[in-house]
Every structure is written in structure tokens, then in C-alpha cells.
Design a protein around this ligand. Structure first.
Ligand SMILES: *Cc1c(COP(=O)(O)O)cnc(C)c1O
Length: 429
């Protein structure tokens, strides 16, 4: 592996480079390595059945350079906002390689997507399909859609589940009435296939296989019952990746054969019919390529604990877990500053790594062993290329941040909106 890849640590030259970047641009800083992105894309693709399509879910990391690199490598784009769509198109993804998904599409964003040439949507309900059909009528165009199915769970795995239980996502596999409606055309829109996405970050390879097998069985059952022949089978993803600690992207040597076998059983005519088989990944494609650099600002004792205060907190990493909305993160940083672990400081207690925010929720690691910490130390938090800055408290999914309106009694004093965009800066090497 090249460059800043973090396999089981960070080698000396990568450490040097990261330290130089920290000095040049300051911290906190996210560093993305396009070479690692390319190898992650190849790794995930090579684990999947030959001829299948791999979509990049922009919500994992919508940085324009990241998206462009994955598109150039052969990824298509799974988007669920006008902002993500704009990034995908600007990154060179043709509109006909975009899948527009998400449970809360508005009339405006559907029309925008149609205007920009998107003709492929994942619909999540009868209402969602109705909105798409109306938009097509208004704009005088046609569109294809996949019906998103809430499939029964195939395993206990995943760090966050979107399906396999009561869920806002998709149509319940047992909701025959809705499925029968959705699997017939309406107005100028027509169903072309089905979409499942049950869970994310399924660490156990056997559970990942079981989820895909379950998805294939479920869509086959539904298609058979409705007399519907799908030309697209979007089996979603769930591919795992390490997050905020060292570790290599796992490979899935048995996945390809297992999915092929499941498809052969349930869709024996798929090769003859030219059925497209589609997968989606955000995390596994982007995570390994990113490293968050942060500087220790203070190391202090309180009771029997040591607190290390960093300049990166839940404002830039893992914001939703910082707010108690997701499983708490526990990052495992790697020191990259000049002084290495040999220069043991007097830190003997377990260390709580905290960020700079004035809230006790700003914790990136509750208790780690990090005797090397000292103020000024630069730390790298590896595998943060997915769900990094834009999964923190602002910017998730590239949606427009809320407006801010300032009132004084019955007088409106100011209306504003926070703007989030990538501004390119001079290269630092
Ligand atoms: C979030 C999401 C993905 C990507 O999930 P990862 O865990 O990042 O791979 C794919 N498809 C859909 C529909 C999603 O909502």
C-alpha cells in the first residue's frame, strides 16, 4: 500500500509527512489519500460478483476530490440530497449513473434531480413514488425506480440497522398491498427493480453473507408473488471498515461465490435477461483513505484520571456519537509528532481524550493507554475517511444547514445561514 495508508500503524515516512502537513495547514486537519481510495475501491469491487455495479454513497464523504477519484475508478453515485447530487455531477459522474435515494425526498429536490438528468430513483413508499410520478408529469419526462424493501434481518450484525425491523426505510416485505401497487407503473414512472439496504458496518463476514442471502431471497419472493421481473437488483451493502483506529480494510473472499450462488438459485435467468446487480458502499470505499490530524493542547490530572485536551472533538469527528445519538466512539490515535512513545511522560493513568468544546459530551475516547501524550503532540486518528467531518455536527449528507434567524421581540434583526464548502488551499508539499 502507498502513501498514508494505515495498515497496522503509520510508518516513519508517513508520520513525517503527516507532521509536516500538520505544521503547514494547522490542526485539526483531515488528510485524504487518493491512492488508498483507489485500492479500497478495487478491493471492494473484487470481492463482489463479476459484472456487478458498485455505487459510492456520498454521505460517507462528499469531498469533491474523493468523489471524483471514485467516479474515475468506476464507481457510480448513490446520493440523497441536492447537495450530494451537485457534487457527484461536478465530479464527473454522468446523470444516468446516479441513483437518488432517501426516505424524505421533497418535490423540489426530485424536480431538481430530474432537471439535472437523473432518471433512476429508489422509492421508499407509495407517497414517495406518487411524488416522483407527479414531478415527471410536471416536467414532462419519464423515470425509472427501484422499490426499496425492508427485508427481514439476515443476521444480528451491523453497527446501525436500517431494516429487518420496524423502520422508516423502504416498504415492509410483508406489505403486499403497497408492494403490489409499487411494482406496477404509474403515470410516466415505472419500476425496474428492487433495493435493499439493511445495515451498515457488518463486521462478521458470515453475517455479511447472511444479509445478502436474505436480501436475495426476500426480493425473489416479492417479485415472484407480484409477477414482477426485476431488471435491477440493488442488494445494498453493509461492508465494514475500521473507524478511528488502525487496521486494514477487511477482505471477503467468500462473498462473491455466496452471492452468485444465491442469485443463481433465486434468479436463474438473470444472465440471459441481463439483470443488473448493484451494490452500494460509503464506509468501505472511503474510510481507509482518511486520517484526522489533531494536536494535544493540554494534559491534566483530575482525581485518578488524566485528561488530554485536543483541538479536535465531536465538532469534527463522530459528532452524533458525541451527542449520545450513536454508540460512543473510542478513537485510538497514533502519535506522529517528533517525540515518540520512547519519551514517556508522567502520564500513568488511563487517559480520557477530549475535544475543545465546552461540553462534557466532547469525548473522543473515554479511556485509553497513551503514556506518550504531552502538549504540542500531534496525533493521527486513522481510518477517518468515511463519516468524518460531514458526519460530525454540521454537514452530514451535504444538506443545507438550517437558517438562523435573530429576533428582538417582534422585530427580525438578522437572517443568515452557515455556509459549508470546500475551499481549495495551496498544496502543502
Ligand atoms: C448509508 C447508506 C449506504 C452506505 O452505507 P456504508 O455503511 O457507508 O457503506 C448505502 N446505501 C444506502 C441506501 C444508505 O443509506
Amino acid at each position: 500500500m502507498t502513501g498514508l495508508s494505515v495498515e497496522s500503524g503509520i510508518n516513519a515516512s508517513a508520520r513525517h509527512r503527516l507532521e509536516a502537513i500538520a505544521q503547514s495547514v494547522g490542526t485539526p486537519a483531515y488528510v485524504y489519500d487518493l491512492a488508498v481510495l483507489r485500492s479500497s475501491f478495487a478491493a471492494v469491487r473484487d470481492d463482489l460478483p463479476a459484472g456487478s455495479e458498485l455505487f459510492y454513497s456520498l454521505k460517507a464523504n462528499p469531498h469533491p476530490r474523493v468523489v471524483a477519484e471514485l467516479i474515475a475508478a468506476g464507481a457510480r453515485a448513490e446520493v440523497s440530497s441536492t447537495g450530494e447530487l451537485a457534487v457527484a455531477l461536478a465530479a464527473g459522474c454522468p446523470a444516468h449513473h446516479v441513483l437518488y435515494s432517501g426516505p424524505g425526498k421533497t418535490r423540489e429536490e426530485v424536480e431538481q434531480a430530474l432537471h439535472r438528468g437523473v432518471r433512476s430513483f429508489s422509492v421508499e413508499s407509495v407517497t414517495d413514488r406518487q411524488r416522483l410520478a407527479e414531478a415527471c408529469t410536471r416536467i414532462d419526462t419519464t423515470a425509472d425506480y427501484l422499490v426499496r424493501i425492508n427485508s427481514p434481518r439476515g443476521s444480528a450484525g451491523g453497527s446501525l440497522r436500517m431494516g429487518g425491523r420496524a423502520s422508516a426505510f423502504g416498504v415492509d416485505h410483508a406489505d403486499k398491498q403497497s408492494l403490489d401497487q409499487l411494482l406496477r407503473p404509474l403515470g410516466r414512472v415505472r419500476p425496474v427493480g428492487m433495493h435493499t439496504f439493511s445495515a451498515t458496518n457488518i463486521a462478521d463476514p458470515a453475517e455479511l453473507v447472511a444479509e445478502f442471502e436474505q436480501s436475495v431471497r426476500t426480493v425473489a419472493t416479492i417479485a415472484g408473488r407480484a409477477g414482477f421481473t426485476p431488471s435491477v437488483l440493488d442488494l445494498g451493502g453493509g461492508f465494514p471498515a475500521p473507524f478511528a483506529r488502525s487496521g486494514a480494510l477487511s477482505r471477503h473472499p467468500r462473498l462473491r461465490a455466496a452471492i452468485d450462488a444465491a442469485l443463481d438459485t433465486s434468479f436463474p435467468d438473470r444472465h440471459r435477461l441481463g439483470t443488473r446487480v448493484v451494490f452500494e458502499s460509503g464506509r468501505a470505499l472511503a474510510a481507509s483513505a482518511g486520517t484526522l490530524l489533531t494536536t494535544v493542547l493540554d494534559v491534566k490530572q483530575s482525581g485518578d484520571r488524566t485528561f488530554a485536551v485536543m483541538d479536535a472533538g465531536v465538532n469534527v469527528l463522530g459528532g452524533m456519537s458525541g451527542l449520545g445519538r450513536l454508540r460512543p466512539s473510542s478513537v485510538v490515535p497514533v502519535p506522529v509528532g517528533a517525540e515518540m512513545p520512547s519519551s514517556r511522560s508522567d502520564v500513568t493513568n488511563p487517559v480520557t481524550l477530549v475535544g475543545p468544546l465546552c461540553t462534557p459530551l466532547d469525548v473522543l475516547a473515554p479511556s485509553i493507554d497513551a503514556p506518550y501524550l504531552h502538549p504540542g503532540q500531534v496525533l493521527a486518528i486513522p481510518n477517518t475517511g468515511a463519516y468524518g467531518p460531514t458526519a460530525s455536527l454540521l454537514g452530514f449528507l451535504s444538506r443545507t444547514p438550517p437558517a438562523e434567524v435573530v429576533l428582538d421581540g417582534d422585530r427580525t434583526v438578522a437572517v443568515g445561514r452557515i455556509e459549508l464548502r470546500t475551499q481549495e488551499a495551496p498544496l502543502c508539499d
